[in-house]
Design a protein around this ligand. Sequence first.
Ligand SMILES: CC(C)(COP(=O)(O)OP(=O)(O)OC[C@H]1O[C@@H](n2cnc3c(N)ncnc32)[C@H](O)[C@@H]1OP(=O)(O)O)[C@@H](O)C(=O)NCCC(=O)NCCS
Length: 224
Amino acid sequence: MSTDRPIIVIGSGGHARVVADALLAAGATVLGFTDADPARHGLSLLGLPVLGDDSTLQAHQPDAVHLANGLGGVGSAGAAGPGQGRLRQRVQQGLAAQGWQFVGVRHPSAVLSPFAELAGCVQLLAGSIVQPGARLGEGCIVNTAAVVEHDVHLSAWCHVAPRALLCGDVRVGTGSHIGAGAVLRQGVRLGANTLVGAGAVVVRSFEGSVVLAGVPARVMESRR
Ligand SMILES: CC(C)(COP(=O)(O)OP(=O)(O)OC[C@H]1O[C@@H](n2cnc3c(N)ncnc32)[C@H](O)[C@@H]1OP(=O)(O)O)[C@@H](O)C(=O)NCCC(=O)NCCS
């Protein structure tokens, strides 16, 4: 990750604070947070201000400041589920189209094999592990203490929630959320925009955009 310019974190919720914490631990200068909600403007989080909404960025030059994406997905099957993940993608791509540059995030305690491949703006949070042969698409999050084993391929904008374990050779489609503590057995394939519930154990592949939960994981709901 680049720490040569000061960074503003987009969002001011829980994920934004985890991202800011990782940036600070890595030695970056963080100027503060943005949030669309006026009630949050002026709050102090981790000793850093909520500066305003995204229009506050206009006080800076795009070549002088980097941005970090602080919008997570909450992993519910409702409107705030993968929709929230898509919000994350939409906001980042909208700001990038205006010339803002987003940085990836790597907490110093994250373990990243030099034989893994990361696309841009991947977030590796505290205690996460990414093993050789893994390939992570743009905007993926490997959250606290999650493990992405050898040769796993995650398409863009996937969120691997805290303590999830993706065994070797797993493939996950774009925009999917792997819930906290879930286990994906080696070689399993999941489609795009799949939501795996917390604690699920996925022992076979599932096509399409589904919500999975339980041990062994079964379909709770089909999104299409
Ligand atoms: C699976 C999940 C998507 C379901 O969300 P939801 O549709 O809002 O479900 P509800 O909470 O309304 O529960 C519906 C039913 O499913 C059950 N259920 C919910 N989550 C479950 C889970 N993870 N495993 C097994 N059963 C679950 C509930 O007990 C309930 O059962 P009931 O109808 O018999 O009472 C959600 O609970 C989940 O696990 N999300 C991931 C959370 C996560 O990863 N957080 C980390 C964020 S960084």
